[in-house]
Design a protein around this ligand. Sequence first.
Ligand SMILES: [Zn+2]
Length: 340
Amino acid sequence: MERNRRFRRGDNPGDRLLAVLAVILAVAVIVILVLMMVENRFGTKRPPENTGTAEVSATEAGPETDEPSGTAGESDVSAPDSTAEEPSSAEVTTADPTEKQTTEAVTTAAETKDETTKAAVTTAEETSAGTEAPPTLRYLTSPVEGAVLVGVSDNGFAIEEKDGITYVGGVLIANKTYSLPANYDPGDLTEEARAAFNAMQEAGRQAGVYFKIQSGYRDYALQKSLYENYVYWYGYAYAEEYSAHPGHSEHQSGLAMDINQDGTWTLDETFENTAEGKWLAEHCHEYGYILRYMKGKTGVTGYIYEPWHFRYIGVEAAKKVAESGLTLEEYFGITSVYPE
Ligand SMILES: [Zn+2]
């Protein structure tokens, strides 16, 4: 080190050395620049070629997979294979982009596989009803402990039964197709439904809307007399639209309620135009409730539009159903028709 320093300061040989070093440095810089240009030229040119072909083959592999199993593995292999006709030199330099593309192809292939297996399970279940539950049955909430699988809905949800109560996708169902046993008697709204209503009512007050439960839990006997009264006063056809047969009312579940404005007792379609009706329709799912009998869906739910009737199914489930914009019957793929 010290020797070098002495040379640089004083002697000519040192200056020469410096000059040589400078030339070498300049040459090195030029070489590096040239190399970068060359790499740029090829580096940017190749990925588009590859992404183009990989994308095409991936989307082609997606929708056209007919076979339920094995196609996922095949399609992710065949994606790069189909492009193999082109010069192999491309594979050497652009290993990175192709890798990304193939992993994307794998995920799309996996997604389509999921769907196809689901479909396969449903059809298999339909043809051999009553056999054991495949693991891919759908649930909106979770399986009911101790329940027996009795079928699969049109949309692939498990239909389970326990103590005479039907659960679809883990959700208790009381409609015209599925009834509650006469002796099913929770006695009142369930604690969970009540607590959720209280929270909803409080949030409503904060927002300046004031509502109450007009009709919550109704037992089998009460529903029976209600229905019979409807038939007596208004006739059979009217009663069928407005009142449930005993055992078929959601009010017997302890999970449903009719909500009205504070200080009001009449309930009709105009409730939807009140501040309370609007607020509830918009926010009820945040508290685990859904509007059960939607407008224009009488053919599906079996009931007229009831902007006042709300059903508790839990927050997560309610959000999913609300997002779908569907009635519970449509979401699950079930009917609401009285058995013959
Ligand atoms: Zn009701």
